[in-house]
Design a protein around this ligand. Sequence first.
Ligand code: SAM
Length: 271
Amino acid sequence: MRVRKEEPLNDLPRTRLYVGSPLGPALSVPLTPTQTHHLNIVLRKNAGDAIRLFNGQDGEWLARLDRIGRSGATATVDRRLRPQTPAPDLCLLATPLKRGRMEWLVEKATELGVAEIQLILTMNTDAPRPKVDKLAIHAVEAAQQCERLDVPVLHPPAELARVLAGWPKARPLAVAAERAPSSGVPPENLAEVARRHPGGPAGLLVGPEGGLTVSELDDLRDLPFVALVGLGPRILRAETAALAALACWQCLAGDGSVSPPLRSVSTTGAC
Ligand code: SAM
């Protein structure tokens, strides 16, 4: 098999954009007004400058701006830098949070490689329902910055019971629970649950600031695909719990052992 080194990031343009168009040799890609403004006014890019593009399907490509101005910008695709590789099928179930913490959570969960974020409404959810299209902007920006090849899917808020009713029975769901349900059986160690499901699809659920109620925990505990998990003896804020759980899961069952492209070597030769 032909072994081919990826190009070192140092030699590649730092500007990396997520686009909605197909990517392939010599294809012309229109950039959005926001992307055009950023390239033109903030980064002061010119026609001929190189950028990188990805669309969540065709891998990452080198491209050159062939037109840029106040009226818009287009880039012409040159060559593929990285083939598309599947991301771990990991879904974060989280409740809306107040005062900018939701945006922060979306950004950090994107960096930690979630495939989906499902917003859930629980009995103690008291934050206003966020606008998913605004949150999606944070996911795109984080994906562009962190070198991932796709952008997580954001699902609008839905009642917890409805989400659980549609949950695939073969997909494990680890529910962060700082206290035992009424049965008194303590939550498991997250690491032990993660090690039982290496590489497979999974979900992590974190409750609201007010916590999951005892009846919600009881209902969750009764579901065959659910494991209640603890994250240590301290009470974490919801976003801290989500990130701790995601990082732990990725290290033990996800892509925690894969290096960023800067240092990795592709053995596929598929570029
Ligand atoms: N209201 C609760 C209280 O004061 O006891 C705390 C809820 S906590 C701020 C928000 C969520 O983070 C919880 O519902 C749970 O999912 C998760 N969480 C926080 N600390 C945790 C821990 N030590 N173990 C597991 N989950 C935790």
